[in-house]
Design a protein around this ligand. Structure first.
Ligand SMILES: O=C[C@H](O)[C@H](O)[C@H](O)COP(=O)(O)O
Length: 232
């Protein structure tokens, strides 16, 4: 479910810019994916070059490994239930700052980590910024429920597809041991209402619609734009 057309220089610019938000003593959620990977690598450089002293909470096995390689000190939500900041990527962000995540099947942990943060930042290139959300919504489901969950998602007007592994026969297994369904709802007119309905389906662990974004670091052709949500 990755967007292969995304511009990698723009991803790097957005990812690295957000790394400057981290200060000594912070506890920071570290997101998953190719854009925020630039944030994590830049933070590793800052640890080396400036003695930056902070702790990270990874949102996936991928983020954890990259943080370890970057010499970033790690902690957990059990030890630090409230984070100063979380930084992550996105698959799509609309003009009201509603977000779809989970192209890398990491959205469940990403949601828990970002909702634990006082400030949630998304880093993205311009191709992700849209007027209305159209990206198929990733829905993590427990394996025994996928038939029932699939039927209920169809009743909501979606077209669910069980995500298949690459170089692995059968479905993708998340870091939590579950399946992911990608559900095409066409243009999503009311993401909040859809999110609430999906959450009620038995067997759903978490869906990829996020409504908790505080600030978007958007790499545009003309430079970096920072878009903040109006105070909630
Ligand atoms: O599950 C994965 C995450 O939600 C990613 O943050 C999202 O898919 C964006 O990834 P990328 O920066 O690689 O496009």
């Amino acid at each position: 479910m990755k967007d292969a057309s995304s511009n990698s220089a723009a991803k790097k610019a957005a990812g690295e810019a957000a790394a400057e938000l981290v200060r000594n003593g912070m506890v920071v959620g570290l997101g998953t994916g190719s854009t925020v990977a630039w944030t994590i690598k830049r933070l590793g450089e800052r640890v080396r070059e400036e003695d930056l002293d902070f702790c990270g909470v990874p949102t996936s096995f991928q983020a954890e490994q990259l943080a370890i390689e970057s010499n970033i000190r790690l902690t957990s939500l059990n030890q630090h239930p409230v984070l100063d900041l979380a930084i992550d990527g996105a698959d799509q962000v609309d003009i009201n700052l509603m977000v779809i995540k989970g192209g890398g099947a990491a959205h469940t942990r990403e949601k828990v980590v970002s909702c634990s943060a006082k400030w949630f930042v998304i880093v993205a290139d311009q191709s992700k910024f849209v007027e209305r959300l159209t990206w198929p919504v990733p829905v993590e489901v427990i394996p025994i429920a996928f038939r029932l969950t699939g039927r209920r998602l169809e009743e909501l007007g979606g077209k669910p597809v069980l995500r298949q592994g690459l170089r692995k026969d059968g479905p993708v297994i998340t870091d939590n041991g579950n399946f992911v369904m990608d559900v095409d709802f066409g243009t999503i007119e009311d993401p909040r209402s859809l999110a609430a309905k999906i959450s009620l389906i038995p067997g759903v662990v978490e869906h990829g619609i996020f409504d908790n974004l505080d600030e978007l670091y958007l790499a545009r052709a003309g430079g970096m734009e920072r878009i903040k949500r109006a105070l909630r």
